[in-house]
Design a protein. Structure first.
Length: 96
C-alpha cells in the first residue's frame, strides 16, 4: 500500500476514489492528483497546481490496527480519515 498513487478519476464510482500506482499508463488528462504513503509515516497529497504541475502537501498517516482506516494529519489541521476498500498492487480504492 505504501508508494505513490495517481488518482484514476475516470474510474471513480459511488463516492469511491480509485488510485493506480505511479507509472500506470493513465489516459491523458490535464493534471492528475494523487497521494503518496511513505513507510516512515509521511503522507503527501499531490494536488494539481498552477500549469497542471503536481504540487505536494505533506502530512502524516497512521493505519488503525485492522489496516482498513488511515488517519491522515495534513498541514494546517487538515485532518481526515480514509477508509481502504481495496488494496491491491495495481489498484487502491478509498472513501474519504
Amino acid at each position: 500500500m505504501t508508494g505513490r498513487w495517481g488518482h484514476s478519476f475516470e474510474e471513480d464510482h459511488d463516492g469511491i476514489e480509485v488510485y493506480r500506482p505511479a507509472g500506470y499508463d493513465f489516459p491523458r488528462a490535464r493534471g492528475r492528483a494523487g497521494i503518496e504513503l511513505r513507510a516512515d509515516g509521511t503522507f503527501v497529497e499531490w494536488a494539481v497546481g498552477p500549469g497542471d504541475a503536481p504540487e505536494p502537501h505533506e502530512g502524516r498517516w497512521d493505519a488503525d490496527p485492522s489496516g482498513t482506516r488511515l488517519e491522515v494529519a495534513g498541514p494546517g489541521g487538515d485532518d481526515q480519515v480514509l477508509t481502504i476498500l481495496t488494496a491491491e498492487p495495481d489498484r487502491l480504492e478509498l472513501r474519504r
